[in-house]
Design a protein around this ligand. Sequence first.
Ligand SMILES: *Cc1c(COP(=O)(O)O)cnc(C)c1O
Length: 464
Amino acid sequence: MTTSVDTALIQSLDSAHFLHPFTDFKDLSSRGARVITRAEGIYVWDSEGHQILDAMSGLWCVNVGYGRKALADAAHAQMMTLPYYNSFFQTTNVPAVQLAARLASLAPAVGDRSFQHVFYSSSGSESNDSNVRMVRRYWDLLGQPRRKVIIGRINGYHGSTMAGASLGGMSGMHAQGDLPIPNITHIEQPYYFENAIPGESREEFGVRAAGWLEAKILEVGPDKVAAFIAEPLQGAGGVIIPPSTYWPEIQRIVDKYGILLISDEVICAFGRLGHWFGYEKFGYKPDLVTFAKAVTSGYVPLGGVMVGNRVAQVLIEQGGEFNHGYTYSGHPVACAVAMANLDIMEAEQLPQKVCGDIGAYFAQRYAELNDHPLVAHAETCGFVGGLVLVKNKKTLERFHADDGVGMVCRGHCFGNGLIMRAVGDRMIIAPPLVMTKTDIDELMRLIHLALDRTLVDLKARGLV
Ligand SMILES: *Cc1c(COP(=O)(O)O)cnc(C)c1O
């Protein structure tokens, strides 16, 4: 399919009318946005005909790759049958029910926790707003209304609504909205490279980092803490993979104080870490599990919360009416597309691929980046990868934030047909789960090329 687009016209209308998310409007307007016009498999194309390997799966969501006709067919068929109906007034719809039952069957029980119920929204942010509502309602119903405080993590990401941005720990977001809202507080992240004490092993650091949760609970007062929220591994924060000792210690602490555990799996669910859900990978027992993004592989918006038995029982048995929900909760088209998406993931065994052969090959090839003169701590978990660009490999001296090395590298990636995201001095990827070994080889070739060109640039600027 060829797409002919007047790039200059679209760019000028774009800057005249479209305020982009997380964007410096004036700066973008002066450059002109890149116009993405079509996509197929693991590639996207821009209006100038450039082919770009999308190693970010859109925004961590296009797990089954682009151009999947089955998803378009599912949307079309559902739109022709029942495009929309609400589920507020004692009505339901077939795809929403089928999907809820299927998600319940995919989410494994762990210990005394099981997941039989789903609360739907249309995004990750909204789902985390719903989490706040459910957590507070839960403690109110149990006669402990003092339990209001939710603890998140610095550099965690839980979305961009008032509650989502508050639960997250992004200082730039807090600064622009008088956030966090009351009763949300944060602990430091388990980022070994940045927060470990010299000589401390990863395992020692993991236990110490989890201990910050206990310290915070004691500081707030154990009878005032409602829940702890965290991503299995931090995505938007720069692919921060916690040490293996971190989650078991977190579990011990939340159990000790009886607080709820919210696992924000908007990135980590649906095969990304080689399992249907991220908590399986790290072996902990959440009470609420946030999902969105890859549940539909991003083809249409859908999000929700897997509500574990501990919370569901109280809300159902003792709750009466729950005064919360969205026009699009259980949207039939979104749920039908999710069903078709899960069909593909099951038929192609994508989670199994990620925790099997292909995942191992990806991990091995990605680790080779550690040989590059600019790179430290290149590591993967499932199909996400992160690395730090360093000034000096031996001393691990870092660049200054003003050097903008991540953006330089990202520019070279785009320049030679690769989308890799920069988060400060970290470069990160989350490729589609349908990558073959040949695709991984091509991905690695493009990353090496971008790193080499970045090195030439930084040398020319006297930075290395
Ligand atoms: C993307 C993301 C969100 C927010 O999802 P939206 O659909 O953008 O609202 C929340 N949590 C995590 C972990 C995410 O990665």
